[in-house]
Ligand binder design. Structure first.
Ligand SMILES: [Fe+2]
Length: 449
């Protein structure tokens, strides 16, 4: 069976429809950036809530600065608006911890700047030919900038989680469990599948090109690991037993005296957590979030399992055994809706396991997209035939053993910034991000085909 991947609907759009779709995607990102920055006062916007994060006002102007560089100057060939601030908002020039001491634009200036850039970017979108140049093919540069803004919106959401004080963000509760008795694990038989993409027009360089990969039989959890399962690891001394931890993980756990997921606290009646300013009991059936790679790895070892490789995760998510095709999303090729996955900050928490039966993959694996980013065991690297585009700093400079790949997006990830092939990466110690995991394992002899 030859593996193929699903075609992309963006490629079928007429130029005017593509422009309209692109403009509304950019507008959705801007609405969210505005909501996240209008939710707090100027002092909160300019303050650094954690050394791990930038002040919110830095993220806002940085969003505008990248949009100016790529859409206004590069695609549009227009004069620079603010060449004097390029350096301030170049993430490679200033580590996050130093950003508050820079002469940054203030809240009012930053808001005016991003508005001006956006109005020019919309002009460019109206006029630029969306073909003939790789950067503008199918509006790629605009899609890249919409994803960039949404990624910073997720980062700003993580800053909100680190912020102290009364809750300022509000959203409805996610749906309840809607799946009956699903088996806890799924066996995925050995075979080839097509990993990555060569046809998704807004896919980033590190997702390309599509390539066949053989994956041995493996067993993967149907759902992400829940808080209730994680508590069992905690309460049986999981954080005190070096045997469950890698050497690097144990050193990290010991040095920082880590004893539970970030934002959790032990009280007389059990585990509580703080979530966007709300203090509440840890919900047993919700995927665990705010754990590092090292904690995920230790839990998996304690459970007699391991983390999935990136290829295993993607095969579980995209492979349709009936057709041999790799789907765009676990549920098929349609864009995500509220029925498929918990995305886009529609809710301010992961949904309980079993809440998205319509989002399951053909192999029967649930909640791969949305809820929590899932740590994999894989280092971040380029696929065979990788070409850096549009610049090396997008992904290539991060390739290597220092970063682990996360898949699937979280409740704070917008639909434009996630798909079956999307790859995120971070340091194995990171846990202020919306990171969880699911386990995998090698098959027993009776589970092999
Ligand atoms: Fe950025």
């Amino acid at each position: 069976m030859t593996s193929t991947e699903s075609p992309n609907p963006l490629r079928e759009l007429a130029p005017s429809e593509l422009r309209e779709h692109t403009a509304s995607t950019l507008a959705r990102a801007r609405d969210r950036s505005v909501a996240l920055t209008d939710a707090v006062d100027d002092e909160d916007l300019t303050r650094q809530h954690s050394k791990l994060m930038s002040p919110l006002v830095w993220d806002l102007a940085h969003i505008g600065s990248q949009e100016e560089l790529w859409l206004v100057r590069d695609v549009g060939g227009r004069e620079p608006l603010r060449p004097d601030i390029d350096d301030l908002y170049d993430a490679f020039q200033h580590p996050r911890a130093d950003r508050p001491s820079l002469p940054l634009l203030g809240p009012a200036e930053a808001r005016a700047y991003v508005r001006e850039v956006r109005s020019k970017a919309f002009d460019v979108l109206d006029q630029a030919p969306l073909e003939g140049r790789k950067l503008t093919e199918a509006a790629f540069a605009f899609g890249m900038i919409a994803q960039h803004e949404q990624q910073h919106d997720e980062t700003m959401l993580a800053t909100h989680q680190l912020r102290r004080g009364e809750p300022v963000l509000h959203a409805p509760e996610p749906p309840p469990r809607r799946v009956g008795g699903a088996a806890p694990e799924v066996v995925v038989p050995a075979g080839r599948f097509l990993m990555g993409t060569s046809v998704e027009p807004w896919a980033l360089d590190n997702e390309r090109p599509a390539h066949e990969v053989h994956v041995d039989t493996f067993v993967i959890d149907t759902f992400p690991v829940t808080c209730g399962q994680y508590v069992a690891f905690l309460e049986t001394g999981g954080y005190d037993e070096p045997r469950w931890w890698s050497e690097a993980g144990w050193a990290y756990r010991s040095e920082h005296d880590i004893a539970a997921p970030r934002f959790w606290r032990r009280e007389a009646d059990g585990w509580w957590r703080t979530r966007f300013g709300v203090h509440e009991p840890v919900p047993a059936d919700e995927p665990v979030v705010h754990v590092s790679f090292y904690e995920a790895e230790a839990y998996a070892a304690w459970a007699g399992k391991r983390l999935p490789t990136e290829a295993e995760w993607e095969k579980a998510a995209r492979h349709d055994p009936a057709t041999g095709r790799s789907l765009r999303y676990p549920w098929g090729d349609e864009e995500p809706t509220a029925e498929h996955a918990n995305l886009g900050q529609r809710h301010l928490r992961p949904a309980v396991i079993g809440a998205y039966p319509a989002g399951a993959s053909p192999l029967g694996v649930h909640q791969l997209i949305g809820d929590v980013w899932e740590w994999t065991s894989s280092d971040f690297g380029g696929y065979p035939g990788f070409t850096a585009f549009p610049y090396r700093e997008y992904s290539e400079v991060f390739f290597g053993p220092g970063y682990k790949v996360l898949r699937g997006g979280s409740f704070g990830t917008d639909a434009v910034a996630i798909r079956g092939t999307f790859r995120n990466w971070d340091y194995p110690i990171r846990r202020q991000i919306f990171s969880g995991f699911r386990c995998a394992r090698d098959p027993r002899p009776d589970e092999r085909a």
